[in-house]
Design a protein around this ligand. Structure first.
Ligand code: BJ8
Length: 428
């Protein structure tokens, strides 16, 4: 082996019990998709080199880090939803990884357990487990589920038969008594994490993790604020990737790299350097999250000559916009802060969920979007039902809207491209 040969991780993957031939096929497919989607973009910021590297090692170096951490006694906790506070996991000395669920896998097996008409995200979540192709899942000592939508809630019961899984009960309203209940769920989660790790969460450890995770969110805020410029200094695809990677990368290293990227973007804005020509149609996307490697809609919009300038979704602003208060001194106060911050996320599983529409209109104005695309995964009842109301209110605010319902397959790419092209034509 020469110095430049890529390391071979097959022994580690075999230790994790992955299905090696299928896993090789998955890596090859994702690698090909990444090359075709990201590396063909023109005039990318140099800072994206970090994310290209992270993605080239997505099942390699990062998994090795988790593997070594666990061998030295550390614990890894896998999560699927924005409501699960990373701060508490880190304060217990564990590492948090967001599990992806963004590609079709092992659907034949999945459909023996779940109905065919289940959303792609849930099918993917179960498919990666059944197909034994996700090293993040296999490195997780504990998975944390949550009672958000019915599909996820019931799918966690199935996943829990295959892996150590703990479910948090999330209220579906945001009244003071719901915040109090959610806080009590955080107390239970702390007990669970302390039992898992053998570490006590203290005011010191929690204050440090609040600051660390806020720093990560602040770095992403800077990256995303630069997108308000015309021409925009970074593509929607690259910005989406940054948030997708934020869920599983090493926190301080990621924060440092995103701040370096933000420095570069701010300089590009000052110099008038963009990834698309000034005046290209600017699109804000709102809706269901886009888990790795779901880049379908961004690619369609940007291939059609538009530029995505923001995402009002869990793989977007809902992840980085709000911070946990850093001024509290006691564990009790910090728990109040975390409960308040997390229950302030605007997910369609809540009723009412008008904060989401306010955010869409505010973001569309701040980012000078020419149009909004409302994106819902097929069979996601909550987001599909919200879609008509979101579209009506956004249109009343004078912003054109395109409503799209799709899944992870490539079958409808041609048809979606035609609709997106017509929409871009119309908004400019
Ligand atoms: S906070 S958006 S990450 S629940 S797409 S599985 S809702 S049927 S993902 Fe979500 Fe947390 Fe809410 Fe965000 Fe169900 Fe819809 Fe599928 Fe969904």
């Amino acid at each position: 082996m020469t110095d430049t040969a890529a390391p071979d991780y097959h022994e580690m993957w075999a230790e994790l019990g992955l299905d090696l031939p299928m896993h090789d096929a998955l890596l090859e497919a994702v690698g090909g998709m990444y090359g075709g989607t990201f590396m063909t973009q023109k005039n990318r910021p140099e800072g994206m080199g970090y994310l290209d590297f992270v993605m080239s090692e997505v099942h390699g170096l990062r998994i090795k880090e988790l593997h070594d951490f666990r061998k030295s006694g550390g614990k890894v906790v896998g999560t699927y939803c924005l409501y699960v506070p990373e701060e508490l996991i880190r304060a217990a000395g564990a590492w948090s990884v967001g599990i992806c669920a963004g590609a079709e896998w092992a659907y034949d097996e999945v459909e023996q357990i779940l109905p065919r008409n289940t959303c792609a995200l849930i099918k993917s979540m179960v498919g990666f487990k059944l197909g034994k192709v996700c090293p993040y899942l296999e490195e997780s000592d504990l998975l944390i589920g949550e009672t958000t939508c019915d599909g996820k809630k019931k799918a966690y019961e199935e996943l829990g038969k295959m892996q150590n899984l703990y479910t948090m009960e999330l209220p579906q309203m945001k009244r003071p008594k719901d915040v109090a209940f959610w806080r009590s769920e955080l107390v239970d989660l702390i007990a669970k994490l302390e039992e898992l790790t053998g570490n006590k969460i203290t005011a010191e450890s929690l204050a440090a993790s609040i600051k660390e995770v806020n720093d990560k969110r602040r770095a992403l805020q800077r990256v995303n604020a630069a997108r308000a410029a015309d021409p925009t200094p970074i593509s929607g695809l690259d910005s989406l990737l940054a948030v997708q990677v934020a869920f599983y990368d090493d926190v301080p290293r990621f924060t440092q790299s995103m701040n370096a990227l933000a420095d570069e973007l701010e300089k590009r804005v000052a110099d008038g350097v963009g990834v698309a020509p000034a005046g290209a149609p600017r699109i804000l996307i709102t809706g269901t999250p886009m888990a790795l490697p779901n880049w379908k809609l961004h690619q369609i919009v940007e291939n059609a000559g538009g530029v995505v300038v923001g995402e009002e979704m869990c793989t977007g602003s809902r992840y980085y916009e709000k911070l946990v208060n850093e001024d509290s001194a006691t564990l009790d106060e910090m728990l109040d802060d975390i409960a308040a911050k997390y229950l302030d996320i605007n997910c369609a599983c809540f009723t009412p969920n008008t904060g989401r529409i306010d955010d869409v209109i505010r973001m569309a104005k701040d980012l000078k979007a020419d149009g909004v695309i409302d994106y819902a995964l097929s069979f996601c009842g909550t987001y599909q039902i919200e879609s008509a109301g979101v579209a009506k209110t956004v249109q009343e605010a004078g912003i054109p809207v395109l409503r799209i319902e799709t899944d992870y397959s490539a079958e409808d790419v041609g048809q979606l491209s035609t609709r997106v092209e017509a929409f871009l034509e119309m908004v400019k």
